[in-house]
Design a protein around this ligand. Structure first.
Ligand SMILES: [Zn+2]
Length: 395
């Protein structure tokens, strides 16, 4: 971009100054006051009498009437940009990027008149915009820790853009499922294109169907736009599983102009209970590390009710468990395994195990997993359902 061209602006002035006996530089009231504190000055340079004139009609040498013309439109633009904040006093900060020639021309005048130690044009622009934001919108300016930062970029032709860079926020959520049949994620239904002319499938998200995800999005939608929300689950359970105890933790990342939840928010309904709380990013990785207490109903292929080694066999699964997820071998721990009830070929087992162990697989052993109940009991086992009773955070 035209550094050479910008240098020539001052060069042109130098030439003009040299070829005239008097030369007048007009400034707007802002640039005049900032540099000359309201007193007109003139100086003799290259045998030319240079005059500084405060003039409201002509174009300002330094800012090219930025303060009078462009700045008010920037305030209007910020007003619309911050519309979703209106009912919330947010902490914001602004920064500006100016065309290089603004600095160059101010520096040039300052070098001629030996002006030192005053704020420059950028300082004044930032100051005026910030004051306007404080006055008009009652927002708090916070340089150190803003919730939203506005970057105002002034282009060479004095057109401008206002970009908002939002901090990312994280919430920890916990959900409980008090009734069966609620999937964790919004169910995507694949539908083939009607024409059938190509194989492009369209994915329809049935938003009306209840899921934990749809409940979370709905609960947060009064504060954040849905596009700004990204959920990371820390594990999942079956559609038909209940989730009790303190609830399964999950993380919500929010990129938005709008404020964070500052205290615990609780939502209840449709067989679910969910709450959210703000969490610091550095604490997120530990959220995934927890043990679950699980109640499993197992169906055996044969009636085992008269086997007297059953309790011991169920207990023997305690220890390391090895399985594969996406061709990666995982090793996790089972801490407790207790036979609670038996009725013909149905067993109720309580397990305490690390998050992430596929429970249906652990029972049935269809996919590679070692150990599994089918092999331990020497009989084909099937997990009818499992409920998560409690979550215990690991250290
Ligand atoms: Zn000016």
């Amino acid at each position: 971009m035209g550094l050479g061209k910008q240098v020539s602006i001052v060069d042109n002035y130098k030439k003009k100054i040299k070829s005239h006996s008097t030369f007048t530089i007009t400034l707007c009231e802002f640039c005049h006051k900032r540099n000359f504190k309201n007193c007109s000055l003139s100086i003799l340079k290259y045998s030319t009498d240079i005059n500084i004139q405060l003039n409201h009609e002509h174009t300002c040498f330094i800012c090219e009437n930025f303060f009078k013309v462009v700045l008010p439109s920037i305030i209007i633009k910020i007003d619309s940009q911050l519309a979703e904040f209106k009912n919330y006093k947010s902490k914001i900060d602004i920064g500006t990027t100016l065309p290089y020639r603004f600095y160059e021309k101010e520096d040039y005048i300052r070098s001629i008149f030996k002006i030192k130690g005053l704020v420059n044009i950028k300082n004044e622009i930032n100051f005026r915009i910030r004051e306007e934001i404080k006055r008009t919108f009652q927002f708090e300016i916070d340089h150190a820790n803003p919730e939203c930062k506005l970057d105002i970029v002034i282009n060479e032709d004095l057109s401008f853009s206002v970009n908002s860079k939002n901090r990312q926020f994280y919430l920890i959520g916990r959900y409980k499922k008090l009734k069966r049949g609620i999937p964790q994620k919004i169910q995507a239904e694949k539908e083939s294109a009607i024409s059938g002319s190509n194989n492009n499938d369209t994915i329809n998200y049935s938003k009306s169907a209840l899921s934990v995800e749809s409940f979370v999005l709905n609960a947060l939608s009064y504060l954040y736009s849905t596009n700004a929300i990204k959920i990371s689950w820390t594990g999942g359970e079956d559609r038909n599983s209940l989730v009790a105890g303190g609830g399964r933790p999950f993380i919500v990342k929010i990129k938005s102009n709008t404020p964070v939840i500052k205290y615990r928010e609780f939502f209840k309904g449709d067989g679910m209970e969910i709450w959210f709380k703000k969490i610091e990013p550095k604490l997120i990785k530990d959220i995934h590390r927890y043990r679950q207490q699980v109640k499993v109903l197992v169906k055996l292929e044969e009636d085992f009710s008269d086997r007297n080694d059953l309790e011991e066999k169920v207990k023997s699964i305690v220890g390391k468990v090895k399985f594969e997820i996406k061709k990666k071998t995982m090793i996790r721990n089972i801490y407790e395994s207790t036979l609670v009830a038996i009725e013909k070929n149905n067993l109720e087992i309580h397990l305490c195990l690390d998050n992430g162990i596929p429970i249906k697989q652990l029972i049935g052993g269809m996919d590679p997993i070692e150990p599994c109940f089918s092999r331990i009991l020497g009989c084909k086992c099937e997990c009818l359902y499992f409920d998560i009773m409690e979550f215990i955070q690991s250290n």
